[in-house]
Structure formats: C-alpha cells, structure tokens
Ligand binder design. Sequence first.
Ligand SMILES: [Zn+2]
Length: 119
Amino acid sequence: MPRQVTVRVWVIIAVAVVAVVVMSAASEVRYLRYMGELEPPTQYNHPYDGPVDERVMPVAELRALCGSVGASGPFVACAWVSDRVCHIVLPKDEQAPVSTYRRHEIAHCNGWPANHPRG
Ligand SMILES: [Zn+2]
C-alpha cells in the first residue's frame, strides 16, 4: 500500500477505536444511572416484615402477569401486598441483576410509592 493510504487506514482505525470507547463509556454511564435509579431510598431498603412470595420469569411473561394485577407503563417488574403477603415478580432477562430488582420491589412492599420519590 502507498504510504498515504496506510496513514489514512490508521486514522480510520484510530477514529473507530475512539468512537467505540466513547460509546461504551456512555452506555456504562447509562447503566450505572439506571442501577442508581433502581436503588430504593434508605427508609424503604430493608427486608419485608412478613412473608414474601417471589416469582422470577422472562420479562414477556412478567408483563402479562403484572398487567393482570393492574401494573401499567414501561415496567419490568412489579409488587403488591395482599393479606400482608408481599408479592414480587422479577425479570430474569433484564439489564440489572435479579437481586437489584428484588430490593426495588420489596421497597414498594415497604411503602415506597410507585412514582419513586427519593428520600
Ligand atoms: Zn418501582
């Protein structure tokens, strides 16, 4: 390859590498922000004082089940309390670990309002 073409190829590779690094950093930031938003405020972030009925399933199945108990909007998990039992339905194929969704949904059983006020 002529020298000019070689330099151009290296410039293209360098730009591509920088673009990939910037985009993955941006998606990492989005992921960390999402994880932070899932984390409940301290006063709701504790075990439920009573029995917990937990179901873990693919998000597609979950949406049907949660919808049938009245969940609406772009949810990927749901929780409700019935006869002092905390029912939580958690996705096994979403971005965050199941344990993160579990803390989040148990916080709803502990009284964290559905519109997620902080603190
Ligand atoms: Zn929530």
